[in-house]
Design a protein around this ligand. Structure first.
Ligand SMILES: Cc1cc2nc3c(=O)[nH]c(=O)nc-3n(C[C@H](O)[C@H](O)[C@H](O)COP(=O)(O)OP(=O)(O)OC[C@H]3O[C@@H](n4cnc5c(N)ncnc54)[C@H](O)[C@@H]3O)c2cc1C
Length: 499
């Protein structure tokens, strides 16, 4: 029940008939990935203990999670899309705790034995890891020896790289501040300026790192290996995407046991959202007080608020009237799982045991893949590998790379934006009314956590701008105090409702 002082207001603003109320009270979310699921979660969470408006989530595929998905090879489950979670990704950490999901550290993405391949030879290799079951002391000494090896090759650049990442992380942590010290943002530029991260989107990673004092060898080898692994791109990505990418090489990374997609599934369930699986939205039309969403099943839904929680760059949704967003290309990452054995001859080696478990690559023409990693050793001559590449790896090439190949699984992801500097951002409010776009924030950096951070802001923005009829019943204590950072004249209609 709404607090008694709200009742007179409610009576004034309630729609005239129950039918009209039904038509006007849905919040519709297009996309069931981590961004859409987080939006649904935060909308419900921030309006508790009062019931949130009816949430509908549309997903064109037959499963939730979007770019969080697993594949099974030889009975083992592997992450095929978003896989690693940084220890300071606080929203995702909280989601996992809340949903009772088990964190998995080490193993899946915690490679030890790195080799940097230039297409002809390994220009750098860390030490082969001690055998499983080795003593704590032996493992410690191994770690120390590797640190010394890295320090000898890259020198102080390693420390400078770390400072660069820590500075970015410190600023990013501001997005977890309480409502009293964190405004609601209606555009990405202001959101980034507020935390001090905007400058990093104006220059390339390479420019930033040269200014930070890194030497060119570190940038062309270690840094490039990391950006190619995490974003399939070179060091000409923006400084911010680059810093996020470098953070993904730190220690303490984790994932959800059984698959990260469970985050999206659990959040949608917690939000009590009505999930429309295998129902793609084909058009979104502005009908005045609400939007009409037409689906590929021939259904129409009237939604007071519509949230687009998918990159719009490769999906075919017709907006009526049309919206205008800056062009953005998605970087495709081809993820290939191979069960078999790499051929040492392909790497100019005589024994398979000399091939590092994580092969990173430099930005040179003719290297057909970004990285190869051993995901599981089933036996001495039977492994599961994961390969990232910018183009499809044809059978003929795989036959050269592998001496045996029992199973091959290929996925072509429109994986993340193709980053550039300076970066352009689409609006969060696409039409100046109630059509929101979460994935504009992906132009800053693409990750599970950035999706959740963007979604949290969008949820607060929606609540702060809801028409009175919908906002009715929300607890004023629970609703974040809306202090909107805005560029002047960007929108029309009520931006804040004082009850
Ligand atoms: C290979 C790869 C590796 C990655 N590695 C990491 C990593 O290690 N760590 C990390 O944090 N992040 C990583 N990422 C990035 C991370 O996976 C994404 O940033 C994140 O999952 C994006 O979530 P999202 O909800 O914004 O979008 P998506 O997950 O893309 O969700 C959008 C959903 O919308 C649906 N949809 C689209 N159009 C329609 C329509 N018209 N109607 C209905 N539904 C529609 C799609 O089917 C999809 O399910 C990686 C991504 C890839 C591809």
């Amino acid at each position: 029940m709404p607090p008694p002082f709200l009742l007179p207001v409610l009576l004034l603003v309630l729609p005239p008939s129950p039918q009209a109320a039904a038509a006007a009270e849905d919040i519709c979310i297009v996309g069931s990935g981590i961004s859409g699921a987080s939006t649904a979660f935060f909308l419900t969470n921030y309006t508790a203990p009062y019931p949130a408006p009816q949430l509908r989530v549309f997903e064109r595929r037959d499963r939730v999670g979007g770019r969080l998905a697993t594949v099974t090879v030889a009975g083992e489950v592997f992450e095929a899309g978003g896989s690693i979670i940084h220890p300071r990704n606080l929203h995702v950490r909280r989601f996992a705790d809340l949903l009772g999901l088990t964190a998995k550290t080490g193993g899946d993405d915690d490679e030890d034995w790195l080799g940097i391949w230039d297409g002809a030879r390994f220009v750098f290799k860390t030490l082969r890891p001690p055998p499983p079951g080795s003593s704590w002391l032996r493992r410690k000494l191994h770690g120390l020896a590797n640190s010394l090896l890295l320090l000898r090759r890259y020198g102080l650049s390693l420390l400078r790289m770390d400072s660069f990442v820590q500075e970015m992380l410190q600023k990013f942590m501001l997005y977890y501040n309480g409502f009293e010290s964190r405004p609601v943002f209606d555009n990405v530029e202001e959101m980034l300026k507020w935390s001090g991260l905007y400058g990093l989107t104006r220059r390339t990673l390479e420019e930033e790192l040269i200014d930070a004092g890194l030497n060119t060898q570190t940038i062309s080898e270690l840094v490039t290996v990391i950006t190619r692994i995490n974003y399939g791109q070179s060091t000409s990505i923006s400084g911010l995407a680059g810093a996020v990418s470098l953070a993904g090489s730190e220690s303490g990374l984790w994932s959800i046991k059984g698959g990260n997609w469970q985050l999206a599934a659990g959040l949608l369930k917690t939000a009590n959202a009505t999930l429309h699986l295998q129902e793609g939205i084909e058009s979104i039309s502005d009908a005045g007080d609400y939007y009409v969403l037409k689906s590929n099943k021939g259904h129409e839904y009237n939604c007071t608020v519509t949230v687009v929680a998918t990159p719009l760059d490769e999906v075919n949704i017709t907006f009526i009237p049309p919206i205008s967003i800056p062009p953005r290309k998605m970087q495709h990452t081809h993820t290939t799982f191979v069960r078999g054995l790499l051929d040492p001859k392909f790497f100019g080696l005589s024994s398979v045991s000399d091939i590092p478990e994580l092969i990173g690559t430099m930005e040179l023409p003719d290297i057909p893949f970004s990285c190869i990693s051993v995901r599981k050793k089933h036996g001495e001559h039977d492994m599961t590998y994961k390969i990232f590449s910018r183009v499809k790896l044809e059978d003929a090439l795989l036959d050269q790379m592998f001496s045996t190949r029992e199973e091959t699984i290929r996925i072509d992801w429109p994986a993340y934006p193709h980053y550039q500097a300076p970066e352009d951002f689409a609006p969060i409010i696409l039409d100046g009314r109630h059509l929101y776009y979460v994935n504009t924030f992906e132009s800053a950096a693409s990750a599970m956590e950035t999706g959740a951070v963007a979604a949290e802001n969008v949820a607060r923005l929606i609540i702060s701008r809801l028409p009175l009829g919908l906002r009715a019943g929300l607890s004023s204590a629970a609703v974040p105090e809306p202090h909107i950072e805005s560029s002047a004249g960007e929108e029309e209609g009520p931006r804040r409702v004082d009850l």
